[in-house]
Design a protein around this ligand. Structure first.
Ligand code: ATP
Length: 441
């Protein structure tokens, strides 16, 4: 795709996201709040489906992972221990002519463009300065006695501080993982590219604890890389749009033994949406040091005592959703549709009475709708002609549309129209639930 085409594609996706209730600009009626987004009816369902599938795969199907849900607000010492207070920052430079700021590490192109933008004047830049990304807030009601705290900058810390609680309260044995999904907040200096860089976003992570051993470390790091790539492929994302990018030595956090991003071929280039990080024993040993509490693990089989290593998989929910949307977007002469994996689609089916002013059709359609709703998210639409209703459902990626017509009253069958092939077939009303179940397998 050439540049204009890509920009065009992004505009279309942002417009569709708003038109069809996926994503709205945050606090829009007040002029918005930079870096915040609100998920509408379709978007919140898509987001929930991504998180539910992830959670099922991790915390439900596997015996070696348990889940947890830690508080967003933590004792500030936890952020000193994890190194965020000291070094969770981005380097910025400022144009001395207009005071606009840019990230030195991420905005090479924008910096070049900006240098051309001052009508021939030479742009001078300040030296790069670091800006901390942690969002601060205050707890307590009495002015002057409030405690300054941080909203979590990543969800990892809440798991790490609970390592011993999980070991002591469950039957987990190393190697094992702790799964968590939740919000994180960053004072991003340059939010942008739609939801890609937001100031409030969600993450889904596994901290997978292993024996501190080189061979184990390599084995599990490779395992999680492939496992995560396979998961995104199983959701139907196109293989040619996904790749690994290993971090160079000078790019990794000083404690990380290895790090890889999974990137998506987005309209603005290859971009990270999840990472696999070999964190060694950094987090637990730092929490041990700062809290004075023993964070080691006792292996009752071998009698060994050690601070385990941690292989982390950290995925952005919002970035995953954005790239799933872009990947599913299809357009031809006739229509626009989202070729979402049916398991991810906000609604599995839509039910229509052919004509809204025929009570007998509406009544039967309502019964079918009610029955299906017991099991799946199902949409209802009785406005306008059938073509328009298909069009609307295609744009939110509903895989099957069910129409109740006059024949249905006689033969107890309905027309099921497939989103991707647009083919229609007659299915017995009593078979509908099984039909969807088979397709979703
Ligand atoms: P970047 O380099 O793009 O700022 P990062 O390397 O700081 O990202 P991590 O700290 O590794 O990101 O966070 C893990 C995941 O959380 C990322 O892969 C991404 O999907 C998500 N994430 C991080 N920052 C943001 C953000 N500002 N908005 C949306 N998602 C984010």
């Amino acid at each position: 795709m050439i540049k204009n085409e890509k920009e065009n594609l992004m505009e279309k996706i942002v417009a569709l996201a708003k038109r069809r209730g996926f994503i709205f600009p945050g606090s829009e009626i007040y002029g918005g709040l930079a870096g915040t987004w609100d998920y509408g009816p379709a978007g919140s369902l898509l987001k929930k489906n991504i998180k539910d599938l992830w959670w099922k795969e991790m915390a439900q199907f596997r015996d070696d992972i348990v889940g947890m849900d830690a508080a967003i607000m933590m004792n500030p010492k936890a952020w000193e221990a994890s190194g965020h207070v000291e070094s969770f920052s981005d380097p910025l430079i400022e144009c001395k002519l207009c005071h606009r700021r840019f990230r030195v590490d991420k905005e090479e192109e924008e910096i070049k463009e900006h240098e051309e933008s001052h009508d021939g004047k030479t742009v001078e830049w300040t030296e790069p300065k670091k800006f901390n990304l942690l969002v601060k807030t205050y707890l307590g009601v009495v002015e002057g006695e409030q405690t300054e705290i941080y909203l979590r900058g990543e969800i990892t810390n809440g798991v790490q501080v609970n390592f011993k609680n999980v070991v002591n309260s469950t039957r987990v044995k190393i190697p094992f993982g702790i799964a968590q999904i939740g919000k994180a907040f960053r004072n991003e200096i340059t939010p942008g590219n739609f939801t890609f860089r937001s100031r409030e976003f969600e993450q889904m992570e596994i901290q997978f604890y292993i024996k501190p051993d080189e061979t184990e470390g390599k084995k599990w790091f490779e395992y999680w890389k492939q496992n995560r790539m396979d998961w995104y492929l199983s959701l139907g994302m196109k293989e040619e749009n996904l790749r690994f990018r290993d971090h160079a030595d000078d790019e990794r956090a000083h404690y990380a033994q290895a790090a890889t991003d999974i990137e998506y071929n987005s309209p603005w280039g290859w971009q990270e949406f999840m990472g696999v990080h070999h964190r060694g024993n950094w987090d637990l040993s730092r929490h041990q040091e700062f809290s004075g509490q023993d964070m080691s693990y006792y292996d009752s089989e071998t009698g060994e005592k050690y601070i385990p290593w941690d292989i982390e998989t950290s995925a952005g929910v919002d970035r995953s959703l954005l790239f799933i949307l872009i990947d599913a977007y299809r357009e031809d002469e006739e229509r626009t549709y989202l070729k979402l994996n049916p398991r991810l689609a906000p609604y599995k089916m839509a039910v229509f009475p052919l004509l809204a002013n025929k009570p007998e059709l509406v009544e039967l359609a309502r019964t079918i709708y009610g029955d299906l709703k017991n099991k799946y998210m199902v949409a209802w639409d009785d406005r306008g002609n059938i073509g328009k209703r298909y069009y609307a459902q295609d744009e939110i990626g509903t895989p099957w549309c069910v129409t109740v017509d006059f024949d249905s009253l006689e033969d107890k069958q309905v027309t099921v129209r497939d989103r991707d092939t647009m083919k229609q077939e007659r299915i017995a009303i009593g078979e509908l639930e099984k039909y969807v179940e088979e397709k979703l397998k």
